[in-house]
Design a protein around this ligand. Structure first.
Ligand SMILES: Cc1cc2nc3c(=O)[nH]c(=O)nc-3n(C[C@H](O)[C@H](O)[C@H](O)COP(=O)(O)OP(=O)(O)OC[C@H]3O[C@@H](n4cnc5c(N)ncnc54)[C@H](O)[C@@H]3O)c2cc1C
Length: 477
């Protein structure tokens, strides 16, 4: 039995240092509250670094910028270190071989796979930039700490328990932000949640993201241009600025290689959970992000399922790379440069908050009185049971209400990131990284305001004050 128990009182504790948790802790600390950021990994960034998820999806709707604030600041710092390019506009000029269900009205342009703008970035630079920003904001960072328990008294989280090499830490916080992606804090505190689809609890499939090196991008570009019917979507993001000679000057992205995948499955025993491969040229020449491996039927909150998914997807990475190397011009000398150090979970728990954001809210571009940020990304559902997906374009941005970040059960808890209160369909839009950063900024700013109140109750916030602060600090609400 571990006898090293450390007990500490804290103002605000943020659990999870992914895009949402980093933004939340930066915002909270900048707004005057001592903030502790707890993370189980050794690095900051969650899916954006450990998950090798790139690029940042859109922060625009059509040509209107709708996400700024801390997201733009992070991109600026990345650019300062030659670690990002964009946001880049992604033009789509052709109708391709649509195999997913794609829904859009007549006046909507195609933004399949990106949402219209992408920001390419280097996760190695992001690891450093996030450390820099966290330290600049004066945050108390505690890595290698797994949140394992929570105690609740009088509708408030009394204790946050973490397990570490040096024993058990018990934090007694005034306020808690759950930015674990899976809603671990809220679930342990007894908050209601929905796992996956409302009707059958199936979640979007999980994937290991990976990066190929040794790609001859010119030859791949030539191949895809000559074989457009083999792709569901293709885009050639516009680079209108001078870039370093090491950067890919003619980026492209798309999804397909239909016949090659079908043939490799039939003739070579390709181990692969999809009928197509989604790819993005990276910042640097010769590198390609592959977003393709897939295992369905996984509950991202179950250790047995996570282990199975890690094993299955690693097999897919090897098998798929071999097939691409053998069959696609420009891939002949490619190699696996890096793969994510953890499985990518698109969807798990969605905490049931004071309001549940719906697909209709998203598609009707609903603006709420208690808006804390805008969502820009289309509804992108990777089919939880099959190989295909659904892509529904947006007419305009929609707002995310503060009520999606708080629960009826707990008075000192704010949720941030992909586990906020939404339906399965709405989460397929809110889950992308720029949106999670915007939600995080709002959660952290709200926590700082509430900490100064006598009741310290998330249900008693003055919404106008939160909105004014967010706007004054560069966010778009
Ligand atoms: C395969 C895949 C591809 C994607 N593609 C894109 C894309 O191209 N562009 C895009 O913008 N978005 C993409 N997304 C979505 C996006 O990456 C995530 O939804 C987003 O990162 C969620 O941010 P978050 O901060 O809520 O959670 P996460 O990024 O998951 O961060 C949560 C953090 O909490 C930590 N944590 C979790 N549990 C605990 C615990 N119990 N104790 C301590 N720490 C804990 C984790 O280690 C992690 O650091 C993709 C997602 C996946 C899975």
């Amino acid at each position: 039995m571990n006898k090293n128990i450390h007990r500490v009182r804290k103002n605000v504790v943020v659990v999870g240092a992914g895009p949402a948790g980093c933004a939340a802790s930066i915002a909270c600390s900048r707004n005057g509250q001592h903030t502790v950021l707890i993370e189980k990994n050794s690095i900051l960034g969650g899916m954006s670094t450990a998950g090798l998820v790139k690029p940042f999806m859109t922060s625009y709707v059509k040509d209107k910028k709708v996400i700024a604030g801390i997201f733009s600041e992070i991109v600026d710092r990345l650019r300062f270190y030659n670690g990002a390019l964009g946001p880049l506009k992604c033009p789509y000029t052709e109708n391709f071989n649509k195999r997913d269900v794609v829904i859009r009205s007549k006046d909507q342009t195609d933004t399949h796979g990106t949402g219209g703008y992408i920001t390419l970035f280097d996760p190695e630079v992001l690891k450093y930039v996030l450390i820099e920003e966290i330290q600049r904001a004066g945050i108390e960072l505690v890595l290698h700490s797994f949140l394992s328990d929570v105690t609740v008294e009088n509708n408030r989280i009394k204790e946050i328990v973490t397990n570490t090499k040096s024993g058990t830490y018990i934090y007694e916080p005034d306020l808690v932000i759950d930015a674990t992606g899976d809603g671990d804090v809220a679930a342990l505190a007894g908050c209601r949640y929905v796992l996956g689809r409302e009707e059958d609890r199936y979640c979007q499939p999980v994937s290991v993201m990976y990066t190929l090196g040794g790609i001859d991008a010119d030859r791949v570009r030539e191949y895809i241009l000559q074989n457009r019917d083999q792709f569901e979507w293709l885009t050639f993001p516009e680079v209108k600025e001078n870039i370093p000679p090491t950067f890919e000057s003619k980026p492209f992205a798309g999804s397909g290689f239909f016949d090659i995948i079908a043939q490799a499955k039939k003739e070579e025993g390709l181990v692969f959970g999809r009928n197509q491969v989604t790819f993005f040229t990276d910042l640097r020449k010769g590198e390609l992000t592959i977003n393709a491996t897939r295992v369905s039927g996984i509950d991202g909150t179950k250790v047995e399922d996570l282990t199975k998914a890690e094993i299955e997807t690693r097999k897919q990475v090897f098998s798929l790379t071999g097939a691409l190397r053998r069959s696609v011009p420009g891939f002949e000398n490619c190699f696996i440069l890096a793969s994510s150090s953890t499985i990518g979970v698109r969807e798990s728990r969605k905490i049931v908050g004071e309001y549940i954001l719906t697909k209709e809210d998203v598609l009707n571009s609903k603006q709420f009185f208690d808006s804390i940020c805008q969502g820009a990304f289309p509804v992108d559902i990777h089919d939880p049971v099959g190989e295909k997906g659904t892509w529904i374009e947006l007419n305009d941005s929609y707002s995310i209400p503060y009520r999606c970040l708080i629960t009826p059960e707990i008075d000192n808890l704010i949720i941030a990131g992909r586990c906020i209160s939404t339906t399965h369909d709405a989460q397929a839009s809110t889950r992308v990284m720029p949106t999670c950063i915007a939600i995080g900024q709002a959660a952290g700013t709200a926590a700082a305001i509430i900490r100064q109140q006598i009741t310290k109750n998330v249900h008693n916030i003055e919404i106008k004050e939160l909105q004014n602060r967010l706007q004054n600090q560069g966010a778009i609400i």
